[in-house]
Design a protein around this ligand. Structure first.
Ligand SMILES: *Cc1c(COP(=O)(O)O)cnc(C)c1O
Length: 369
């Protein structure tokens, strides 16, 4: 079903895109890729960036460049989009899933500690911890980093949804050993599909680039020792990224304003991820929890009737048929949030659309008993 008002509209500034393209007339097209990588490296103050054709590919490359393979264990949150977890299977490793904490909806550090301890008792050391800042809200990074450091486990930061969000003044994606962003159509900025891997470690970046370009050995002829992938971004997508990156601040500000307006309307009727002194969400999606699943259904039905797109929150990975047999450390939080939560349109084509959505929301709240 096509919705009149979509969940996450990403305005395309055609003039700016055209300007970027025309500035590369007569220049080798790969320069657009290099410049986009440099632009993200500058934005994030990271020395290395490898631009690829999806965020999922960037996570796959992060695992490969950390040397993770068959039989290894990787710890990850259960309350996330499937693209966080699937790359663990691509490399033949085993996901161990951790429930969300109530405040941030992200990986619960206490359950993470319990999982590390339990694995240790079985003689297993996890090869990486993937953290996600879901819907733009930073996870409890310090608590997680302390646990990871104590055990010498690298952190992969899946910041696909949180470009611009900050933890303790630091941009999400720049805190772990490897970070990734997604530039899918509905993310904070888009390249019409794409992603990037960022890191401070030159060897990690080099390995990521190697695996992303068919694992070709550095020799004067085509020599192959490992299986590689065709993951590099196309120059046209990179050009789009160069145009969009200029608008990141405005785009994020607009999403934050939309969120605030909903939060006012929903005051007393809904809960949400709260900013803290350290954690500032970029509000990629405006997401809320109401008191029970029937209230959620009522509100979503009202939006459906009006041709307005909403989405349920993530169905946790540990209850997905694909992942139901994975080891999981859970206490009911993500399952509860899946029942009671939903996402509302978080960026708009026009102010009129925005007002219409607020109107429908206000009316549907009046129907709640
Ligand atoms: C969007 C997303 C990805 C994957 O990004 P793609 O560019 O769509 O491949 C990975 N993880 C999370 C949490 C996401 O939301």
């Amino acid at each position: 079903m096509a919705y009149r008002i979509p969940l996450s509209y990403n305005p395309i500034d055609v003039d700016s895109f055209a300007k970027v393209l025309s500035s590369y007339e007569g220049v080798h097209h790969n320069q657009m890729v290099t410049d986009f990588e440099n632009a993200i490296a500058n934005l994030t103050s990271m020395p290395h960036a490898v631009a690829v054709n999806s965020g999922t590919a960037a996570i796959h490359l992060a695992l490969l460049s950390l040397g993770i393979g068959a039989g290894d264990v990787v710890i990850a949150p259960t309350f996330t989009y499937v693209a966080t977890i699937n790359p663990i299977l691509y490399v033949g490793a085993k996901p161990v899933l951790i429930d969300a904490e109530r405040e941030t909806w992200n990986m619960d550090p206490d359950l993470l500690a319990a999982s590390i301890k339990s694995l240790k008792q079985k003689g297993i050391k996890p090869k990486a911890i993937i953290i996600v800042h879901t819907y733009g809200m930073p996870a409890s990074v310090n608590e997680i980093l302390n646990l990871a450091k104590a055990e010498g486990i690298p952190i992969i930061e899946d910041a696909a949804e949180s470009l611009g969000a900050k933890y303790d003044g630091k941009l999400t994606g720049t805190i772990g050993d490897v970070g990734i962003y997604s530039f899918n159509n509905n993310k904070a900025i888009t390249t019409f599909g794409g992603g990037i891997l960022i890191t401070r470690n030159p060897e990690t970046a080099e390995k990521a680039r190697y695996y992303a370009s068919q694992a070709r050995e550095n020799l004067p002829f085509y020599e192959h020792i490992n299986v590689g992938y065709n993951y590099l971004i196309s120059p046209l997508n990179a050009a789009m990224g160069l145009s969009q990156i200029q608008q990141l601040g405005d785009k994020n500000k607009s999403r934050c304003n939309v969120f605030k307006e909903y939060a006012d309307v929903l005051k007393g009727s809904a809960d949400f991820q709260k900013d803290s002194e350290k954690q500032i969400s970029s509000r990629w999606l405006s997401t809320f929890l109401v008191k029970d699943s029937s209230t959620k259904e009522l509100i979503i039905n009202q939006f459906n009737t009006n041709g307005i797109e909403t989405r349920p929150l993530w169905k946790p990975m540990h209850v997905q048929p694909l992942y139901v047999n994975c080891e999981a450390f859970v206490k009911g939080v993500s399952e509860d949030y899946f029942k009671r939560g939903f996402a509302l349109p978080s960026s708009f084509h026009s102010l009129q659309h925005q007002q219409e959505v607020i109107h429908v929301l206000t009316n549907s709240l009046k129907m709640v008993t």
